[in-house]
Design a protein around this ligand. Structure first.
Ligand code: PNS
Length: 159
């Protein structure tokens, strides 16, 4: 049986840290699907969901990882999406204690609802401090985000 993992997130925009998590997940599982999800706690965000997904696709193509599928979840529970697609695990990157505190309750609820487990992956040191919110702030203030995002995202942010 193909073991499919889902990498969920708001990815607004996708960063080099996220790409690293997708790569690491695809080294562990038979197949990986990145799912772009609206996080109501984060408001409307910078990019619409379809554009975020398109940027993830471009970033994966740039790095030769286009075997990783990308989808958008417009609404409903993530675990229902996972069950419908036969995913065996969720995969998330955790950069530190703050991420763990944020992720643990979601992992517990997702397991309670569906039995699906969440796998946490640590970042590479060079990506340990990168976040989408930092990138948005940096670019909003005219800074250079080239060390933190894939080329496709940088091009889009500069437009
Ligand atoms: O990148 P983020 O914003 O930290 O990702 C959080 C996300 C989008 C994965 C989370 O909010 C989520 O799973 N939303 C989908 C709706 C859902 O299933 N909520 C219950 C989570 S316990």
């Amino acid at each position: 049986m193909t073991k499919l993992a889902v990498c969920p997130g708001s990815f607004d925009p996708v960063t080099l840290g996220h790409l690293d998590v997708f790569r690491a997940a695809s080294a562990i599982f038979d197949a990986v699907r990145v799912v772009v999800v609206a996080n109501p706690d984060k408001g409307p965000g910078l990019f619409p969901l379809d554009e975020r997904a398109d940027l993830v696709r471009r970033a994966l193509a740039e790095s030769g990882e286009d075997h990783i599928a990308v989808d958008v979840l417009e609404g409903g529970l993530l675990v229902d999406y996972c069950t419908a697609h036969g995913a065996v695990a969720l995969v998330k990157g955790v950069r530190g204690a703050r991420d763990v505190d944020y992720e643990l309750p979601m992992a517990a609820v997702n397991r309670e609802l569906s039995g699906i487990e969440t796998v946490f992956l640590p970042p590479r040191p060079e990506h340990a401090l990168v976040s989408s919110s930092l990138v948005r702030q940096l670019v909003g203030l005219g800074g250079d985000a080239s060390a933190y995002v894939p080329a496709a995202v940088l091009t889009r942010l500069r437009r």
